[in-house]
Design a protein. Structure first.
Lengths: 111, 112
């Protein structure tokens, strides 16, 4: 299995609080991605990174920001969590823009 | 219209049966194609890539039809352990800004 660790694995928070999710890889892959998965929508890309300090928006980026200061770490921040951001969040990595390997996911509940 | 569409199922078939899923995509410039498998409450995992000539991996066969813009997955001699959601993935990227689109998935349930 690819070396991808997401933390925390579960989190419950309140509306309006900031939340940061972490993705850590040991594969030295260039590309890293954050997705959310909701029933009926499948996986939707939030943000992705193609190198240290190089990031870009995906299709559902509103309300989220990311940072990548090291190859191995990609952080996803919800500046002010809302109930619509309750979801399962997956991090993925890729060495060649094609095949992606996923972390185990973070279940986030915003109350 | 969604860029990648799959029949959500569920497909409920007996053990040993053959089952096939299709996935259609809208962007004719799409370059690479994959099938992923996702078990309940787990992360997606790559099942197989899909090549133009079609490819087989044990009981699994994937086909690509560029003219009709669909890919298919055939599972022969299905096992209980094949029960999962199968995600179709299409990559339309041709620059550093890759665009990888996941279908919503087809649920498969194998019954004894």
């Amino acid at each position: 299995d690819a070396g991808i660790t997401q933390s925390p694995r579960h989190k419950v928070t309140e509306t309006g609080t900031p939340v940061t999710l972490r993705c850590h890889q040991t594969e030295n892959h260039r590309y890293m991605y954050w997705y959310r998965q909701d029933p009926g929508h499948g996986l939707r890309l939030i943000h992705y990174s193609y190198g240290v300090k190089d990031t870009d928006k995906g299709e559902v980026s509103d309300g989220y920001s990311v940072s990548r200061s090291k190859t191995e770490d990609f952080l996803l921040t919800l500046e002010s969590a809302t109930s619509s951001q309750t979801s399962v969040y997956f991090c993925a990595i890729s060495g060649d823009r094609d095949i992606q390997y996923f972390g185990a996911g973070t279940r986030l509940s915003v109350l | 219209r969604k860029e990648v569409e799959q029949d959500p199922g569920p497909f409920n078939v007996p053990e040993g049966a053959t089952v096939a899923f299709n996935c259609t995509y809208s962007n004719s410039a799409s370059q690479s194609f994959f099938w992923y498998r996702q078990d309940c409450r787990k992360e997606p995992k790559l099942l197989m890539s899909v090549y133009s000539s079609g490819n087989e991996d044990g009981r699994f066969t994937a086909q690509l039809n560029r003219a009709s813009q669909y890919i298919s997955l055939l599972i022969r001699d299905s096992k209980l352990s094949d029960s999962a959601t199968y995600l179709c993935v299409v990559n339309t990227g041709h620059s550093s800004a890759s665009k990888i689109i996941f279908g919503s998935g087809t649920r498969l349930s194998i019954r004894p």
